[in-house]
Design a protein around this ligand. Structure first.
Ligand code: NAD
Length: 364
């Protein structure tokens, strides 16, 4: 297969981990008899600095021409003084999600058994590590509903964000959760706030009906968001696939990430309604973490999240499940054999970004 991807490294550690991840991707594809065509484009702060906006037209055009986007991360102190609407994340990631209707954020939360000491959770609570997936709706809800800020009589100010969901939006994200659960332990936990929110009442009804009609083999549990935030810390092993709306998912997926140890290990996929030239889901693949300005430029960032994001890309946008699994196994082997960047070394000797990637390549 010939794979055509757009590479958007972004800012701070973005280009560092991308430079380490691409050789891993090239190596595994070469070993598996596939070819890679990729072009690199500015996005985020790099887009602002070099083209005057966070999502330059040329970058968007390159994404349109590709079968998938491999994304680094964007933003940082350099651009924090810009008006909010022009800042890197808001002005590049959100429009990309909207443009390609990337409605499903799939974020694996995997804590390997031998990395349990990287989790803030007591080891006796997670003897077998953590293995769950958060499916977050990404293009609806509060972040995209009607908004306003109004100066009121008497000098007060009123701001309104609106949470809007349609049945069809809930159905399509439920289908992603069903497909994900089928390949795992067949258990979906729907997280909502159905005791106070109308949208949550609709979510409960639609998800239950969809599962009953199309996936009776899937076991559904419902949980209020406040309880879910507690249960995630108390007993993370109870979760298999966690399904939720945009804002709840934003918060819970970060909580899940921290339970799983370093952000440097966690990947994510944002899948769209559109298909690529191969008839497979077009998607944007990125590490769960941000640009880590505190460690940028030192060559010590963990490239595993970027490498594992590339694995998700192979699985979802190119149908190369076995090749994706080969990357995931190589990351596990490299880490298990003791090669670790500082964020997962815990006082033991650590290696830099490139050496970590070299160890993954050696284990492919
Ligand atoms: P962050 O995720 O960048 O960093 C949080 C902590 O995790 C830091 O201590 C950092 O060193 C560490 N970390 C993150 N990735 C790591 C890696 N690969 N290896 C080792 N350690 C790693 O979060 P932040 O500091 O809140 O945000 C920094 C910037 O990133 C902000 O401008 C924020 O807006 C942006 N951001 C971008 C995205 C994105 O592009 N999708 C996501 C989150 C944050």
């Amino acid at each position: 297969m010939h794979l055509k991807i757009a590479v958007l490294p972004g800012d701070y550690i973005g280009p560092e981990v991308m430079a380490a991840a691409l050789p891993v991707l090239e190596a595994v594809l070469k070993k598996s008899g596939h070819t890679l065509e990729h072009s690199t484009h500015d996005v985020g702060g790099a887009g602002i600095d070099n083209h005057g906006k966070a999502l330059p037209d040329s970058t968007l055009e390159a994404c349109r021409a590709a079968d998938a986007i491999l994304f680094g991360s964007v933003g940082g102190p350099k651009w924090e003084k810009l008006p909010p609407a022009e800042q890197p994340e808001r002005a590049s990631l959100l429009p990309l999600r909207k443009h390609f209707t990337l409605y499903a954020n799939v974020r694996p939360g995997l804590l390997l058994k031998n990395l349990i000491d990287t989790s803030p959770i007591r080891p006796d609570r997670i003897p077998n590590g953590v293995d769950m997936v958060c499916i977050r709706e990404l293009t609806g809800g509060l972040y995209f509903g009607p908004k306003s800020t109004t100066d009121l009589a008497g000098g007060d100010i009123e701001a309104i964000d609106t949470m809007v969901y349609r049945k069809s939006e809930i159905e399509r994200i439920t289908d992603v959760a069903i497909a994900t659960a089928r390949a795992r332990r067949k258990h979906i936990t729907l997280v909502d706030k159905a005791n106070v929110l109308q949208t949550s009442v609709l979510w409960r009804k639609v998800v239950a009906e969809r599962i009953k009609a199309t996936a009776p083999d899937i076991n559904l549990t419902v949980m209020y968001i406040d309880n879910a935030a507690m249960q995630l810390v108390l007993k993370p092993a109870q979760f298999d696939v966690l399904l939720t709306e945009n804002m709840f998912g934003d918060i819970l997926s970060d909580e899940m990430a921290v339970i799983c140890g370093s952000l440097g290990m966690l990947s994510s996929a944002s899948l769209g309604a559109g298909k690529n030239s191969l008839g497979l889901p077009f998607g944007l693949y990125e590490p769960a973490g941000g640009t880590a300005p505190d460690i940028a430029g030192k060559g010590i960032a963990n490239p595993c999240a970027q490498v594992l994001s590339a694995a998700l890309m192979l699985r979802f946008s190119f149908g190369l499940d076995a090749v994706a699994t080969r990357i995931e196994a190589a990351v596990k082997k490299a880490v298990t054999s003791g090669t670790r960047t500082g964020d997962i070394a815990f006082g033991k000797p650590s290696v830099g970004t490139k050496a970590m990637a070299d160890a993954i390549i050696a284990n492919l």
